[in-house]
Design a protein around this ligand. Sequence first.
Ligand code: AVJ
Length: 325
Amino acid sequence: EERLQIQSLQAPTPIVASKVGGDVVKGLTQTPKALPPCYFYDDRGSELFERICELPEYYLTRTETAILQKYAAEIAQITGACELVELGSGNSAKTRILLDAYQQLDSPLHYLPIDVCAGILESSAKQLLQEYPSLEVYALAGTYESALAQLTAKKLASRMMCFIGSTLGNLNLQECDVFLSQISTSLEVGEYFLLGIDLQKPKEILEPAYNDSQGVTAAFNLNMLEHLNRRFEGNFDLTQFAHRAFYNETEQQIEMHLKSERSQTVQLKSLNLTINFAPGETILTEISRKFNLETIQKQLTAKGLVPIQTWTDTNQWFGLLLCQL
Ligand code: AVJ
């Protein structure tokens, strides 16, 4: 298929084998233990995340989708025809709303999805090509850092960088600062950045979104261990860890942990790693920060990413910001 190119940025050669999984070694040997949230997204994890997006308690996707549906035409109107770059594209469900709006502008549709999960990139790109006859897709499988470094060479038109779904919330303050600098340097003056963020709200609404009654979020959290077992010849026993998610009011973030149910030892053979767990010890698998609009607007402005329009829903639960460099 000429309209589809997929480039994998995961280095396949054994020369870098020592580097692959370095983040896992670092996270599991530090105190308290932590793992990077990108390890949620193997094929099964991406599938579980899609199920999370449809849960009644998980208001985020529904709310952001409604905002996009209401304002996509206005966004396309403001930016004019452009190439859409998307970080963490997943199944590209919400992107379709933007593609529909840009299709109305009657110019070529260029889409550069970036995701750590190569499987979902390929299946969703193929689906999109069938639905949009004039679309061209150039997909990058890899982390944001590796992909952002590759981007400049591939440009066909003026860009809008999309980072929706509140994935920014996975980054702590310092990581967020570095990331926004990288976004800023990867854009040219006049180009756009579209950011979707989950806003601060009572914990009575937040906590159920990460503790759903069907246990999908628990399965999603535990699947990270299954992914590590497969990827690094590990022997995590999934029955001996439990899902924990709660709102940390001081940090204004949801924290997801995996709690060791007893004293146990786990090995990750291909990383040459043996880890001991005390009973009740936890691994932090994700933070999901909740934002204040004025604060993030200031942070963006400080990076030269000037918010030119901000949209929310009537509850002010979710924010969508269009910024221009
Ligand atoms: C994809 C990072 C936005 O933080 O809400 C969903 C991931 N974790 N349920 C979020 C997630 C647990 C999600 N983000």
